[in-house]
Design a protein around this ligand. Structure first.
Ligand SMILES: Nc1nc2c(c(=O)[nH]1)N[C@H]1C(S)=C(S)[C@@H](COP(=O)(O)OP(=O)(O)OC[C@H]3O[C@@H](n4cnc5c(N)ncnc54)[C@H](O)[C@@H]3O)O[C@H]1N2
Ligand code: MOO
Length: 403
């Protein structure tokens, strides 16, 4: 049977993935959360024309050349506006953030003035509008400055505060349950017995899940039995996981029981096996509201599939406006042979030349068990199925790996 193309598999994983419910959180908690609704300013900033400097508010027409001598009629500090109108020949002492008095249309900085009792002499001419921040120069009440679907940055939090929002509507964290399978797995730090290997996949996956704004739920390691795998799936349901990610047991061996266990629990499989390397035995299905992604056990396969399928799914559930990872163009750092029927995702080193050109050099060993090469790679080079031989220097598509 022909394997499912990667793009069809991604469409199946994302089909019907609607943003999760919203919740209100305080500004400090909103960092890197995804905004659930467009956010409009609740006020105009600055609310009135304000001075950008310490000095004197003046009427520019009174002081269009140096040596103008003006009467100082009062003082304006930030938060302490003053209610008099500036008349001809008058000035007001003003400090940064002070509301510019009615009648004034320029500020002369303190360094360009000489105070003489209740008068001030300007050593520079005043220029209309100079050192004044007009009302609303930053934003006006009602303006939408942050859009739904945006992952909030540190600067966004200050902007939202300035818009006078003490709390923001964000999408709740998707819960991602991770269930490893394999009799051979022991935890890091243990002394592995004959043939045993150290469990590693979950660490990268949980970190990736967390960095994408989802909440990982660790369901541990299930033994290679149907009962243990079914018990793990039920734990995911009990944990109200939005997504269950299994690792291992996805292929065709006698001990690969994940698909069987999922189907026994009523999972409707959308696909099993895709035309991709690494990641061929990946599967996907649904159990009620829980989406299931069955990843292959090889550590590189599970990670690459998580980047390609799990990350966009989490982003869709968060309602992000950038669910699909951007692809870039680079030049190949070495020759590649012709590809077969599986789309290839080659681990590659990435360098940037002085002129900005990216050079992606696939590591020579691409076996899907090699974590050393994965850790040293910064990108995946994407080779379409049946791509012909490509010489060094030819353009290729890449996907950057997260840091
Ligand atoms: N006859 C065939 N054999 C295989 C095929 C195939 O099409 N026909 N596909 C191969 C491909 S491609 C992959 S990928 C693997 C995936 O198989 P499974 O998903 O069943 O994975 P396991 O057999 O359970 O494990 C593979 C490998 O990875 C190690 N592993 C598993 N989990 C972890 C973990 N959490 N941390 C670290 N290492 C883990 C496991 O010990 C195995 O060495 O199947 C091929 N076979
Ligand atoms: O496609 Mo499997 O995922 O090589 O290694």
């Amino acid at each position: 049977m022909a394997l499912m193309p990667v793009s069809d598999a991604l469409s199946a994983v994302l089909a019907g993935a609607e943003p999760l419910a919203e919740e209100m959180v305080g500004l400090d908690e909103a960092f890197h959360r995804v905004l659930a609704r467009d956010l409009a300013a609740l006020r105009t900033q600055p609310p009135e024309a304000m001075s950008a400097m310490d000095g004197y508010a003046v009427r520019a027409a009174d002081a269009d050349k140096p040596q103008a001598r003006l009467k100082v009629i009062g003082e304006v500090a930030a938060g302490r506006p003053f209610d008099r109108v500036l008349g001809p020949g008058e000035a007001a002492r003003i400090f940064t953030g002070g509301v510019v008095p009615v009648g004034a249309d320029a500020v002369v900085i303190q360094e360009d003035t000489i105070a003489e009792g209740d008068h001030v002499v300007l050593s520079e001419a005043a220029i209309k509008g100079r050192h004044i921040r007009p009302a609303g120069v930053d934003f006006h009440e009602g303006m939408v400055l942050l859009n739904a679907g945006r992952r909030l940055s540190d600067r966004d939090l200050s902007l939202a505060a300035s818009m006078n929002h003490p709390a923001l509507p964000v999408r709740r964290h998707p819960r991602v349950a991770l269930l490893a399978t394999g009799d051979e797995l022991v935890m890091p730090g243990a002394t592995p017995g004959p043939g045993q290997i150290v469990y590693s996949n979950g660490y990268a996956l949980r970190a990736l899940v967390r960095s994408e704004g989802a909440e990982p739920v660790d369901l541990g390691i299930a033994a290679d039995t149907l009962d243990a795998t079914v018990a793990g799936i039920r734990k995911a349901l009990d944990a109200q996981a939005d997504i269950l990610v299994t690792t291992g047991g996805a292929s065709v061996g006698d001990h690969d029981l994940v698909k069987q266990a999922l189907e026994a629990e009523g999972v409707e499989m959308a696909f099993w096996k895709i035309a991709m390397r690494p990641g061929k035995p990946m599967m996907h299905g649904r159990l009620g509201g829980m989406r299931v992604i069955g990843l292959p056990g090889n550590p590189v396969s599970s990670y690459v599939c998580a980047i390609l399928f799990l990350v966009p799914l989490i982003r869709r559930l968060l309602g992000r406006d950038d669910a699909l990872m951007p692809r870039e163009t680079a030049l190949l750092g070495r020759e590649l042979g012709a590809n077969d029927s599986r789309e290839d995702y080659l681990r590659a080193r990435l360098e940037e030349r002085a002129d900005g050109t990216l050079i992606a050099t696939p590591v020579t060993q691409q076996d899907s068990s090699l974590l050393g090469h994965l850790a040293l790679s910064q990108a995946l080079v994407i080779r379409p199925a049946f791509a012909p031989k490509a010489p060094a220097g030819s353009p290729c598509e890449i996907l950057r790996l997260p840091n």
